[in-house]
Ligand binder design. Structure first.
Ligand SMILES: Cc1cc2nc3c(=O)[nH]c(=O)nc-3n(C[C@H](O)[C@H](O)[C@H](O)COP(=O)(O)OP(=O)(O)OC[C@H]3O[C@@H](n4cnc5c(N)ncnc54)[C@H](O)[C@@H]3O)c2cc1C
Length: 385
């Protein structure tokens, strides 16, 4: 086994660090959190530097890259920004549209992406009665005699839903009942008549807004459908295993930033006439934190390597996501503990990292749903005749 990064990967991580030094100083991060917004020049610079193009097809101006390298880049940007940087997920959105979209939809999205560093849409999947249990969704598209469709329903927890020109809405065809498997994806303009928003206030991950979206008799036409009719769920599932790896990479970056800050504080803070780093109870925390970071990192790199090499990650992507996001949250929690009351204020980065990393235990599937996915597979895998 070769655990070395390639020269190219080393260079990529170093360049991400430089990018973060330029666009994610602590002062800039605080401003983006305050405004719930990252300026377009920052997202555009990410794409112009080539990071945002990794893994996108070359015919759309992308740069070939394996998924492990992309994982390294995601980890690095969260680490060096010491913040949740939502726009880096944009390239994953581009994977979906370039795979399932019509030529016109692809062109519209690719052009917007190159121009602004953002695809023009966000995801509207979750509903008030359908989060983990997304088969329970009740948003519908109903065909009209004139060949158009009407969309009705509501979506919730839509990240940046009120900030982007379109929402990729998942809706059941005709019938909202639970056992109807036919679901389609629609690119709905946020300016359409019948689309309205209600803001939700998150406690962390503040670079983006959060909202509920209501669809009230919104008119849709066939050219707004993304992918084949009825295949929305199947298409959505396609990217979920990679998404679990990516959320793990984000968590790892956040936790490493918390470790950097807390471990450095150990040599500075004096209590009872000694640096707190000299006390074994504090050292034990550092040992636990470092063990979790290294274990999560190895597990993540191996899982992405498997994905790159065509091996199934059905079980491991769920085990990885659950282990990594939980352990990384614990690392942030211990980092806060090491910093004492100061860590509980907004003066330090660990308070932000603590709140942000907590959110990753929901997005991409909750801890419990990861057990639901991996647990039954493990029972099967270990069954003996
Ligand atoms: C920061 C953040 C960003 C998000 N961004 C988006 C977005 O852009 N677009 C979007 O559509 N959604 C988004 N979501 C929503 C996210 O996908 C959901 O929060 C997630 O799927 C969980 O659904 P829920 O919140 O409705 O919880 P529920 O599904 O109601 O679950 C509640 C609790 O019950 C547990 N539970 C549920 N079923 C089971 C079971 N079978 N066994 C054991 N326990 C179970 C869950 O694990 C959880 O602990 C985002 C969420 C967060 C926190």
């Amino acid at each position: 086994m070769d655990f070395n990064l390639t020269d190219e990967q080393e260079l990529m991580v170093a360049s991400v660090k430089e990018y973060c030094e330029r666009y994610f100083s602590e002062e800039q991060v605080r401003e983006y959190y305050e405004n719930h917004h990252v300026p377009v020049e920052v997202t555009k610079a990410w794409v112009d530097a080539g990071f945002g193009l990794l893994g996108i097809d070359e015919e759309y101006g992308g740069v070939p890259a394996d998924l492990l390298t992309i994982g390294l880049v995601l980890e690095a940007v969260y680490h060096y920004a010491a913040a949740s940087v939502p726009f880096i997920n944009n390239s994953v959105a581009m994977f979906d549209i370039t795979r399932f979209g019509s030529p016109e939809q692809i062109k519209m999205c690719v052009d917007a992406y190159h121009e602004t560093g953002r695809p023009p849409f966000v995801f509207g999947i979750s509903e008030p009665e359908a989060g983990s249990d997304n088969k329970n969704m009740s948003t519908t598209s109903r065909k009209q005699p004139d060949g158009t469709y009407r969309l009705n329903g509501s979506k919730t927890f839509v990240s940046d839903g009120d900030q982007y020109p379109y929402i990729l809405v998942l809706a059941k065809e005709e019938d909202p009942s639970r056992d109807n498997p036919a679901v389609s994806m629609w690119l709905v303009s946020t300016k359409s008549e019948g689309v309205s928003f209600s803001p939700l206030e998150k406690i962390g991950q503040q670079m983006m807004t959060f909202c509920e979206v209501y669809l009230d008799d919104v008119v849709a036409t066939e050219d707004m459908r993304v992918g084949n009719p009825g295949e929305g769920f199947k298409n959505l599932m396609h990217g979920l295993e990679l998404e679990r790896c990516n959320v793990s990479a984000w968590s790892l970056g956040l936790a490493q930033a918390a470790m950097d800050e807390a471990a450095a504080y150990c040599s500075k803070r004096v209590c009872f006439k000694k640096n707190i780093g000299s006390y074994q109870l504090v050292q034990e925390k550092l040992v636990e934190m470092e063990t979790k970071l290294q274990t999560a990192r190895l597990f993540m790199y191996k899982t992405l390597w498997d994905l790159d090499n065509g091996n199934s990650i059905r079980i491991n992507s769920a085990l990885l996501k659950r282990y990594t996001v939980r352990s990384c949250f614990e690392v942030c929690d211990d980092a806060m503990q090491i910093m004492g009351g100061l860590g509980y204020t907004k003066e330090t980065r660990v308070s932000r990292l603590f709140l942000d990393s907590r959110g990753n235990r929901f997005g991409g599937g909750t801890d419990e749903i990861m057990v639901h996915i991996a647990g039954r597979e493990l029972v099967k895998a270990y069954a003996q005749d």
